[in-house]
Each structure stands twice: as C-alpha cells, then as structure tokens.
Design a protein around this ligand. Structure first.
Ligand SMILES: Cc1ncc(COP(=O)(O)O)c(C=O)c1O
Length: 396
C-alpha cells in the first residue's frame, strides 16, 4: 500500500548532519567546564587556517558571519559614511553590517546567469566616496575575483569577501576569502560547516586580524581569555571600544569535527547537485549555471527559477505546493531593495536592480544537505517534477 503524504516525515530545509564525534566533543567540553573562548576555539582556528592554506595568525573565530563582517569593516578604519559596494542578492546581514560599521551600502546588480555581483555594475557604481567592495560568493559560486580585484586596485578600494556560503569555494586555484583584505565565513545551522551560530574572519594581514580579534572581545588586549587559565591571573587592558563577538568552546567543539568532514560532505552535496541537474534538465524551470572552469563551487544552495509564464506556476504557489508535500524549501533571496527598511532609509526601488529583482521573485532553494538520503533526493525530484508538470494544478 502506498504511504500517503501526511505519513511522510517533513524534510527540513538545510538540516545539518551532526555525528557522534561532535556530540562527544560537546560533552567533553561541558565536562571540562571550560565553555567560553578557550583551547577548543584555538584548535578550531588552527584547523580552519590549515584548511584555507593560511597561518593561524590570519584567522579569528567569532560568533557569526554578521559579527565577522561588522568587525572587519570596523577594523578597516574607513571614514564615516564611506560607500561600500555590494550585491542586492544577499542576506540582510551583509547590508546591516555595513550600516552598523557607520558606512553606506551601495548596490550593484548581479549577472543574471551566475547570480553574483557583476563587475561591470561595480565599475558603474563607483563614486568619489567609494572605499570598499563587499562581494558575496552566492550559493558557493565564486565571484569574478580577477575583475573585482582589478577594480579594487585601480580605485584603491578595500575588499571584504562575504564567504557565508563559500567555505569550500576556490577561484583559479585560490580559496575564497583570501583575495580581499578580509573574508567572512558563517557556521550558522544551515551552512556547510555548522557550529549552531558561529563565524570566522580570515585576512592577509596579521596585524589587521589581531585588531579584529581584539575588537571581537570588548576591545580587550590580546588573548584576554587566558586571564582565567592556570597560569595565574593576568590583567588585560581595554585598548578600544569593542564588541562581544567571541566564539565559545562549546561552538568550536562542534566545528572541529564538522570541519574534519567538510570535503566528505561536499562530495555528497555534489552527487545530489548532479542528480538534480540531470533530473530537472527537461523541466520548464531555470537551473543553476554550471560551475565555471578552474573554480570550485561550494554547492551550498541549489536554486531553481520559476518563471510563471514558462513554468505554469508562480514561485509562491510552488513553495506552498512543496510544503504540502512536506518538503522544506528556502528563498535566497528576495532582493534587498524589496524590504521596506532599505526603501525608506536609502530610497531604493527594486526596479533599479532588475536582474536581482527578477531572480529574487523567481528563486527557490531545494534541500541540499549531506544528510539527505537517496530516497529523500528522489522525493524532492518527484515533487518538483509533479508540481511543474501539472502546470500549477497541485494534487496531493
Ligand atoms: C550571504 C550571507 N551573508 C551573511 C550571513 C550571516 O551569517 P550569520 O548567520 O553567521 O551571521 C548569511 C547567513 O545566512 C548569509 O547567507
């Protein structure tokens, strides 16, 4: 007898794959009673640095990518209201971090095929007040870093890479996050490496990373966390007004083991990605552009496009139809100018960034977690094919 849809488990979008090693490490961390920033954070930083081909002095663990972006921009010491060019196809955190650093976000439209910021649009958005570019490696696909770094050199601009989707990403043999002055990574619960909440700043310049580290812990002098260790009490000095952005050992306990499996999980997501590409090839939906030559895509998001005229169903009806089949989906993203706060604050109108607006109104992210079984993947494929082929008439 065929199971009815209501008997099927809900497939949670972005569900992380947590294994016994993480659980044991968290327990060991709790038993050690050192929960805050300590030896496990130091180990996670060393491991992350090694994975990104960097020195430990070039990374700083924090409690989110939002914190990483904020601290990076503060550490750059740009003058108030300086303009930072970024993409409208991103999470609000990229924009909010610019605002909280006292800077002004300026949007440059995306390439409609790659969904990444278009270098030509960056060039057109430069003004005498532009001081930085904040590219986002959307879905894990690297931005055109040769062109972006060329623009930055020509106009003497800082580059802060938003690598929230891009832990495994590389471009022409070089890891994402290592092109610009800073790269900011996320270990949020749906990301490719998770710590629940968490982030990492990487940077070329040791001194700038040291400053970011100080800023991330109240502005207290270097390695202030050592003050509670067994070496005797150590005084710290507050050297600037910082933030409370440090990562805890409890978070790093998860991250250490997640990072150890980052490539294994990436391989699994590549299999799922390729299966989706093959299964959807003949459907009237838009598919992600194949990874570019000499790059590594992190396969963080698999986004399809629902153009109602072609697909026979609106994006939002499609989301509801997937939900009715007990499959969780995501939207990455409604373009930034669609949100009322930015419209009111900056006068932004979606029509000024037509590519991002169209993509944001058509896009749906399908489950891509390494936790998906082959049967889960086939369930997603059957659901998508069934919904689209019925041109909007959903039957459960
Ligand atoms: C592109 C992008 N930037 C920044 C962030 C913020 O990351 P976090 O949740 O770690 O602060 C996210 C998180 O979803 C993101 O997707």
């Amino acid at each position: 007898m065929k199971a009815s849809i209501s008997d099927l488990p809900f497939l949670i979008f972005g569900s992380p794959l947590i294994e016994q090693a993480e659980i044991d490490e968290v327990v060991a961390c709790m038993e050690s009673a050192w929960l805050g920033t300590g030896p496990r954070v130091a180990q996670f930083e060393r491991d992350f640095a090694a994975y990104q081909h960097l020195q430990p002095s070039q990374v700083a663990a924090v409690n989110s990518a939002t914190a990483a972006l904020h601290v990076s921009m503060v550490a750059e010491g740009l003058e108030p209201d300086a303009e930072v060019i970024t993409t409208p196809m991103t999470f609000c955190a990229s924009i909010n971090a610019i605002i909280h650093a006292g800077l002004t976000p300026v949007l440059a439209d995306v390439d409609p095929s790659t969904q990444n910021i278009d270098p030509a649009a960056i060039g057109a958005a430069i003004t005498p007040r532009t001081r930085a570019i904040l590219p986002v490696h959307f879905a894990g696909r690297p931005c055109e870093m040769d062109s972006i770094m060329e623009i930055a050199r020509k106009h003497d601009l800082k580059v802060i890479e938003d690598c929230a989707h891009a832990i495994e990403t590389s471009y022409h043999g070089r890891k994402a996050g290592t092109f610009g002055d800073f790269g900011c990574f996320s270990f949020y619960a749906t990301k490719n490496v998770v710590t629940g909440e968490g982030g990492m700043i990487v940077g070329r310049d040791d001194a700038r990373i040291a400053r970011a580290k100080v800023l991330a812990l109240h502005g207290m002098s270097k390695d202030a966390w050592h003050r509670f260790g067994d070496q005797g009490y150590k005084h710290y000095q507050v050297v600037e007004a910082g933030f409370k952005y440090n990562m805890m050992d409890l978070q790093a306990a998860i991250g250490i083991h997640q990072l150890a499996r980052v490539e294994k999980n990436w391989k699994r997501r590549e299999v799922v990605w390729n299966r989706y590409m093959e299964a959807f090839a003949d459907l009237p939906i838009g598919l992600p552009a194949p990874p570019a030559h000499d790059t590594k895509h992190a396969y963080h998001l698999f986004t399809i496009m629902l153009d109602e005229a072609r697909s026979g169903i609106s994006r939002d009806d499609f989301l509801n139809a997937m939900n009715a089949r007990r499959i969780g989906t995501g939207v990455h993203y409604l373009s930034v100018p669609e949100h009322p706060f930015y419209q009111q604050r900056f006068g932004w109108k979606p029509k000024h960034w037509p590519n991002a607006t169209r993509l944001g109104r058509q896009t749906v992210s399908l489950p891509l977690s390494p936790k998906l079984t082959d049967a889960d993947v086939e369930r997603v494929i059957d659901a998508v094919s069934g919904i689209v082929c019925r041109t909007g008439k959903i039957t459960a």
